[in-house]
Ligand binder design. Structure first.
Ligand code: KIV
Length: 262
């Protein structure tokens, strides 16, 4: 095994300019393939409510679901860092957030927990971080609270708010940040303004890291997503498709401007 990826490794990669390859992961078989293919971060996303459970939203995903899938992924992966989503209603107060973050780490094996939101969750982010649990923020299109899947932060005011939220999350102790479906220029500005690594999905070419929902990049979902690409179409196996994704993120041939929003 090459060296285990930690939060510190991601920080070093941001500094050195090496792009970070992330994919969502929900089970042991995929986690093993992804880990072997060199995916740096496995995100156990609450998108599992949609791609595994077949629901329209992530709103019915429970702590039990997240602990179960996080355990499957963390148990099968040796090198990649495992980030796990805190599902809707699992961080309604700082204390509830801390208690559920502890469960994801202790029962699921998560190394970082991800919460959606800006300033309003900073107290929770601070409490979890102070208790030695690493936190990833998530801004832009946050599916737990936004039901229409549209590009976010398009006005000057909304862009300013998003940047302030990003800085507030970093100050509260977040160790990385997901930016989903926002204009590429805004994502580039936020990425440059933060010391912590920024993971983009539909956020242009300049983020430190890229993430996709694994079933989307394998063409298993029927969505037509501008920011996604089918990596299986030119490959003979899922393992090769995942390896092609890692290579393209690392050599900056994915994403391209055509996968970005203005
Ligand atoms: O739930 C998820 O899979 C996510 C990614 C799309 C960033 O949050």
């Amino acid at each position: 095994m090459t060296e285990k990826i930690t939060v510190n490794t991601l920080k070093q990669m941001k500094i050195s300019g090496e792009k970070i390859a992330c994919l969502t992961s929900y089970d042991a078989s995929y986690a093993k393939l992804q880990d072997t293919a060199g995916v740096d971060v496995l995100l156990v996303g609450d998108s599992l409510g949609m791609v595994l459970h077949g629901e329209e939203t992530t709103l019915n995903v429970s702590m039990t679901d997240m602990i179960y899938h996080t355990r499957l992924v963390s148990g099968a992966c040796q090198r990649a860092l495992v980030i796990s989503d805190m599902p809707v209603n699992s961080y309604t107060s700082p204390e509830t957030g801390l208690s559920n973050a502890k469960r994801l780490v202790n029962e699921g094996g998560a190394e970082v927990v991800k919460l959606e939101g800006g300033k309003e969750i900073c107290e929770t982010v601070a409490l979890i971080s102070q208790n030695n649990i690493s936190v990833c923020g998530h801004l832009g299109l946050t599916p737990q609270s936004i039901s229409n899947f549209q590009v976010q932060a398009k006005t000057e005011e909304a862009a300013k708010q998003l940047k302030q939220d990003a800085l507030a999350l970093q100050k509260a102790g977040a160790v990385c940040l997901v930016l989903e479906c926002i204009p590429s220029k805004l994502a580039a500005d936020v990425t440059q303004s933060l010391d912590i690594p920024v993971i983009g999905i539909g956020a242009g070419v300049d983020c430190d890291a890229q993430v996709l929902v694994v079933y989307d990049m394998l063409g298993l979902t029927d969505k037509k997503l501008k920011f996604c690409k089918n990596f299986l179409i030119d490959q003979e196996s899922i393992a090769n498709a995942i390896k092609a994704y890692v290579d393209e993120v690392k050599n900056k041939t994915f994403p391209l401007p055509e996968h970005s929003f203005e």
